[in-house]
Design a protein around this ligand. Structure first.
Ligand SMILES: *[C@@H]1O[C@H](CO)[C@@H](O)[C@H](O)[C@H]1NC(C)=O
Ligand SMILES: *[C@@H]1O[C@H](CO)[C@@H](O)[C@H](O)[C@H]1NC(C)=O
Length: 231
């Protein structure tokens, strides 16, 4: 038994030393799907450790925007509403950084996404795994060529499994944007509890649910006969 464990450890350390995590492209823009299919836009700047995730939702009469600027190095996040020119600066927990394989990640496997039998129908991928600073397991999958992010999965205690899928990523040789906050953002951090990338997606889902419920409530309240209530 001890021998087997020793051999496994040896093999692991051997494969570890053979496989260094690849380096993801420094400047990326593209789309990001999280959870139940909502499509976000993202912008990433590895040199500054900054990421912007944003999207616009069109409803019958209204347009909602979600726009988050994440400064991982500084540990701050800006939540921006470009329609009302409001902005809050919050403390950011930094354990969920979905692009770039951490240097201490373990190589998991490689595989072909699609098929190599048909020209242009297959992509060689690499999967890596490890634990965040908070002790939660993650796995990351990138293209073998170029180390472009494909998916990142966090196994979180609070939200369960959170899957981020990257699509339409474009590599840039220079930063598109410094991802600095707009002028109307405050300098001081609010005393709010720290947020993290994963909670943002869950939060936007919660907000959407609240809106839907409010809408439903209004429908019901106007249709007294349905509910048979006296307002
Ligand atoms: C949309 O706007 C119209 C006119 O302002 C209003 O009558 C209607 O109730 C609104 N619909 C929703 C879903 O808010
Ligand atoms: C991704 O790129 C394809 C091809 O350019 C485009 O048709 C598609 O709309 C893009 N997807 C999103 C979510 O923008």
């Amino acid at each position: 038994m001890r021998l087997v464990l020793g051999l496994t450890a040896l093999l692991c350390s051997l494969t570890d030393s053979l496989q260094q995590p690849c380096k993801s492209p420094p400047y990326l823009t593209g789309n990001l799907i999280v959870g139940e299919g909502k499509i976000w836009n993202y912008e990433y700047n590895a040199a500054l450790q900054r990421m912007r995730v944003y999207e616009t939702e069109h409803h019958t009469n209204q347009t909602f925007t979600y726009d988050y600027l994440l400064h991982f190095r500084e540990g701050v996040m800006y939540e921006i509403d470009g329609q009302t020119f409001t902005c809050t600066k919050k403390p950011l927990r930094t354990e969920y950084q979905p692009i770039g394989i951490p240097h201490d990640a373990d190589y998991l496997d490689n595989f072909v996404l699609g098929s190599l039998s048909v020209p242009k129908a297959g992509i060689s991928m690499q999967a890596w795994t490890g634990y965040t600073s908070g002790g939660e397991e993650y796995s990351m999958c990138v293209t073998e060529e170029g180390c472009v992010p494909y998916y990142t999965i966090y196994n979180t205690e609070k939200y369960g499994e959170v899957v981020l899928v990257f699509m339409n990523s474009t590599m840039h040789t220079t930063p598109q944007d410094d991802l600095n906050p707009p002028r109307f953002c405050p300098n001081t951090k609010s005393a709010a509890r720290p947020v993290d990338l994963v909670s943002l997606f869950s939060k936007s889902k919660a907000r959407l649910l609240t809106r839907t419920l409010t809408k439903l409530k209004n429908v019901y309240l106007n249709d007294y006969t349905v509910l048979n209530v006296h307002v």
